[in-house]
Design a protein around this ligand. Structure first.
Ligand code: PEP
Ligand code: MG
Length: 590
């Protein structure tokens, strides 16, 4: 591949969709949209100017309708966002105010629209609520498309791009993202957006590598620049050196070869060589991700994080909205189970309408089950929705952040009240629904024997368990070196919980990131954790590793592991015993 002499630049962003792609940049500009002239309109021309604006709105809306009608089948599930945009074209704040500004100030339509949008932005910027920020992005997308018609700029027709390129944009509107055709677009990168942005979700659905939130990609990258997108690491390399290119081309072909082999077999069961079957399930945050879990051969949903539906709202979602969502997921996943975790908001996932105090230390504050017990109405609404969904397929309820036995009892009491209320209304639900708890606080580990009497399953949340046990903030880069899943203290805790679960006949699952890392699998297998849940893309890899291992050897390894006093020692044991297996499978990350 041709390389320029310009020096290599590495940009770091958010790894939104995994994989590597190398290719030419195609800048999706909004030329002219930001710089518009102001001029005055005579009274006689006023009606023409308003008409010109209305016709620009109509053309933008017609184009959107065309996009909605021609959206590829695999993206149809995202169309509701475009429908929202259709409504916004006639929004009073945008449409009404622009017409009013043209008429009152006798200015051209472009200027009036720009003024109105900049006022809306100012208003929204003073309210850092994620829901409102999302609505502001929608208004900007809609106004950009009107502006493009007004100034006669070429609107971007992603569907018409004739060569295989990597899209580079400040942000992509849902309408633009929905036109992506796999055979044309190798990957995409943007200045804004994150994991749960619409663009991110579509990139994952289409499985194209994507890095978002790069902040200055559009400033640094020009059309036809050669770029590398590493969607797994969240890195973009502009003007790669020949050495870098060769390295990434090799990684890319390894990645793709490995992915093809692994994915081909992803529907095979996760059965060890000595015949033990493990359940490998997926973690999801959005209903749309269910499809990935199925495609990657997941045996169910081991963790449905339900916060997202609360984070993107102006107010608490009502029972009906929640139920609709859960029912969709349950129906798509049936007959495999869906584990719905009740609200884990607050703490680091703060919701403006729900926070009632400034917490100095939110991670140790009113989060998860603590929040729900303090707000029983919010909790009961969610529980009723979960219970109702259980009439449509197997559902399990998972309670987060449990730190005492009393909390389990209190939560179950509210669950019973929710069930009684449905009974009274003759609404169907699964009367034997399984209830489990997250084991992610050290006190829950110590009290696991007591808790076991009142629950059907444990789900070990290592993300928080490591944070709380080792006193290491899970998002603080300064202490990231201390955040070690293989720390002997963590291994002993997992063993303690697994043993109690076995003795008391309670199922045990692991749904923290630790479960999705191939290196940890021999130890988890040896400890008797036979139900794992992880991000959907990791499922095929983990299932493949399991098929190459056997429980007997893993149990022998664990005996030795438990004698070690440091993670380095544990790692050395793993290298000695399993480097070959993991290396043969292409995971020599030890
Ligand atoms: C965990 O803590 O391991 C977990 C799965 O929950 P979350 O990452 O949502 O806190
Ligand atoms: Mg957690």
């Amino acid at each position: 591949m041709l390389n320029t002499n310009e020096s290599e630049i590495r940009l770091h962003g958010i790894n939104v969709s995994p994989g590597i792609c190398i290719g030419k940049a195609y800048l999706v500009g909004k030329e002219g949209v930001d710089v518009v002239d102001k001029y005055f309109i005579s009274k006689e021309n006023l009606q023409n100017e308003v008409k010109r604006f209305k016709s620009a709105v109509k053309r933008a809306k017609d184009k959107l309708q065309e996009i909605i009608e021609t959206t590829p089948e695999e993206l149809k599930q995202h169309i509701h966002i475009l429908e929202t945009h259709k409504v916004l074209y006639k929004d009073k704040m945008l449409y009404g105010k622009t017409v009013e500004t043209i008429e009152k100030e006798l200015v051209n339509a472009e200027w009036a629209l720009k003024k109105v949008v900049s006022n809306v932005k100012k208003m929204f910027n003073s309210m850092p609520d994620p829901y409102l920020q999302g609505r502001m992005a929608d208004i900007v997308h809609v106004s950009d498309s009107i502006m493009q018609n007004l100034i006669g700029a070429e609107t971007l027709d992603i569907g018409a791009i004739g060569k295989r390129v990597i899209l580079v944009a400040a942000d992509l509107s849902p309408a633009e993202t929905s036109q992506i055709q796999l055979e044309k677009i190798k990957g995409l990168i943007t200045d804004f957006g994150g994991k749960t942005s619409h663009t991110g979700i579509i990139a994952r659905t289409l499985e194209i590598p994507a890095v978002l939130g790069l902040e200055k990609a559009t400033n640094l990258i020009k059309n036809d620049d050669i770029i590398i997108v590493d969607g797994t690491a969240g890195v973009v390399i502009v003007h790669p050196s020949d050495k870098t290119l060769i390295q990434f081309e090799e990684w890319q072909s390894n990645y793709e070869r490995q992915k093809a082999v692994i994915t081909r077999n992803s529907h095979l069961p996760a059965k060890t060589t000595d015949g033990v079957n493990l359940e490998v399930m997926g973690n999801i945050e959005l209903p749309e991700e269910v499809v990935s879990v199925i495609n990657y051969g997941g045996d169910g949903i081991g963790l449905y994080r339900t916060e997202f539906q609360y984070l993107n709202q102006r107010d608490f979602p009502d029972e009906h909205d929640l139920f609709d969502n859960y029912k969709d997921v349950v129906e798509v996943m049936a007959p495999n189970p869906v584990t719905i975790r009740t609200l884990d908001i607050s703490g680091d996932k703060s919701v403006s309408y729900a926070s009632n105090s400034d917490e100095k230390n939110p991670v140790l504050g009113l989060r998860g089950i603590r929040y729900c017990l303090k707000n029983p109405d919010v909790f009961k609404t969610q529980l009723r929705a979960v219970l109702r969904a259980s009439a449509f397929g197997p559902v399990r309820i998972l309670l987060p952040m449990i730190s005492s036995h009393d909390e389990v009892l209190a939560a179950k009491k509210i669950l019973n009240q929710a069930a009684d209320s449905l009974d009274k209304e003759n609404i169907l639900f699964d009367e034997n629904i399984e209830v489990g708890i997250m084991i992610e606080v050290p006190s829950a580990v110590i009290m696991a024997d007591v808790m076991a009497k009142d629950v059907d399953f444990f789900s070990i949340g290592t993300n928080d368990l490591i944070q709380y046990s080792l006193a290491v903030d899970r998002v603080n880069r300064q202490v990231a070196h201390l955040y070690q899943p293989l720390n002997p203290a963590i291994i002993r805790m997992i063993k303690y919980v697994a043993d109690i679960a076995k003795n008391q006949d309670v199922k045990v699952c692991m749904c923290g990131e630790m479960a999705g890392d191939p290196v940890n699998i021999p130890i988890l297998l040896g400890l008797g954790i036979n139900n794992l849940s992880m991000n959907p893309q990791s499922i095929p890899v983990i299932k493949r590793i399991i098929r190459a291992l056997n429980v007997k050897d893993a149990a022998v390894l664990v005996k030795e592991v438990l004698k070690e006093t440091s993670e380095t020692g544990i790692m050395e044991l793993l290298v000695e015993a399993y480097d070959n297996v993991l290396f043969d499978l292409g995971f020599s990350g030890l």
